[in-house]
Design a protein. Structure first.
Length: 310
C-alpha cells in the first residue's frame, strides 16, 4: 500500500477549517493533523499559532507535504478595533508557517512541502469587478489590509506555496453567528423585531464544503506538480445582497419576512467593498468538469445548513 501524504490544517475548529479537516479525513490518501486553539477538541491538536516556537516545532515534527493555513481573524469589525492582535494572527503567524515550510524545503532538489494560504475577496476595493488573481489589490479596511499583508509574506517564498482567495462563507455552523450569512436567519425568525437589511452591497455566498473540495484539488495537484504556485480564486456564482439572501431563506422555510425591509444605502461602520466578484476561470480551467462539482447553489447549501435551526 502506498504511503499517505501528510496534510496539516490550521484553524481546524473554525467554520472553514472544520470542512477542510473533514474533507481530507474522508480520503484514504491523506494523514491529517488539525490544529486549533480555543476550540481544540476531539482529534484536533491544541496549538497557539502566536507561539511561533511551538508552531515551528509542530510543523517540523509532522513534516506536512501540504499545509493549509485557514486560521485567521476574519471579522472586519474585530480587526478594525484590535488591529495589533489581528495582524499577529493574519500576518506574523503566516510568516512563521511559510518560513518553516521554506526551511523544510531547503536543500531539496524538488520542493516536497507546499503551503496554501486562505485569503479574501476583501483585498479588493469592489469598484471594478470581476477581479482576476493578478489584478491590483486595494483593501478598504484593516481586515483586507491584514490579509493582503499575509499574501505579501507568502510571495517572499514563491516556490513554497500558493494563495486561495474566497468570498463570504457559510456552512454547517455550530451557532448562527458563526457565519455572516447564517446570522441573517436570526433576524428572519424574530418577526416581532422590524429591521432594515442591506440591499446595497453585492456578495457571493459560498459553501465551505466547496472550498474544502477545491483545497483538496490544489493539494493533490501540488503533490503531482511541484511547480504548482500562484494565486487562485474560488467563489459561488450567485450575486446577492443580504436582503436577497434572507428572502431566499424565507422562501425555503416558508417564513414571513415582511418585518425586514431592504436598505439601498451603504451600511455605516467599518468600510466594506461594494462588489468583489472573483473570476475563477483559472482554477475552473484546471478542473475536468470546470469546477461544476464545487459550486453548490445557495438554495441547496443554505437549506442544508439552516435545517437544524428552522
Amino acid at each position: 500500500m502506498a504511503s499517505k501524504h501528510r496534510v496539516l490544517i490550521t484553524g481546524a475548529s473554525g467554520l472553514l477549517g472544520r470542512a477542510i479537516f473533514k474533507q481530507f479525513c474522508n480520503s484514504d490518501k491523506w494523514e491529517v493533523l488539525g490544529l486549533a486553539h480555543s476550540r481544540a477538541t476531539g482529534a484536533l491538536k491544541k496549538v497557539n499559532l502566536l507561539d511561533f516556537e511551538e508552531t515551528e516545532r509542530v510543523v517540523k515534527e509532522f513534516k506536512p507535504h501540504v499545509l493549509i493555513h485557514s486560521a485567521a481573524e476574519r471579522r472586519p469589525d474585530i480587526v478594525e478595533n484590535d488591529e495589533e492582535t489581528s495582524m499577529k494572527l493574519n500576518v506574523e503567524a503566516t510568516k512563521a508557517l511559510v518560513s518553516t515550510i521554506n526551511e523544510l524545503n531547503s536543500g531539496l532538489e524538488i520542493p516536497g512541502h507546499f503551503m496554501l494560504y486562505i485569503s479574501t475577496d476583501y483585498v479588493f476595493d469592489g469598484t471594478n469587478p470581476p477581479y482576476k488573481p493578478l489584478d491590483q489589490p486595494n483593501p478598504l479596511n484593516k481586515y483586507g489590509k491584514s490579509k493582503l499583508a499575509g499574501e505579501q509574506v507568502m510571495k517572499m517564498y514563491p516556490a513554497d506555496g500558493g494563495i486561495l482567495r474566497v468570498p463570504i462563507l457559510y456552512g454547517n455552523v455550530e451557532y448562527l453567528k458563526e457565519s455572516a450569512v447564517t446570522v441573517l436567519f436570526e433576524a428572519l425568525k424574530q418577526t416581532d423585531k422590524p429591521a432594515k437589511m442591506d440591499d446595497c452591497q453585492v456578495r457571493y455566498p459560498t459553501l465551505v464544503d466547496d472550498i474544502a473540495t477545491v483545497c483538496q484539488f490544489i493539494a493533490e495537484k501540488s503533490i503531482d506538480h511541484f511547480s504548482m504556485t500562484g494565486i487562485w480564486h474560488w467563489s459561488g456564482k450567485e450575486a446577492m445582497s443580504k436582503y436577497l439572501m434572507v428572502c431566499q431563506m424565507a422562501e425555503i422555510f416558508g417564513l414571513p419576512h415582511s418585518h425586514l425591509t431592504p436598505n439601498p444605502n451603504p451600511p455605516s461602520g467599518t468600510p466594506r467593498p461594494h462588489n468583489t466578484a472573483l473570476s475563477c476561470s483559472e482554477l475552473e480551467s484546471m478542473m475536468e468538469d470546470g469546477g461544476a462539482s464545487m459550486c453548490t447553489s445557495f438554495k441547496q447549501g443554505i437549506k442544508q445548513c439552516l435545517q437544524p435551526y428552522a
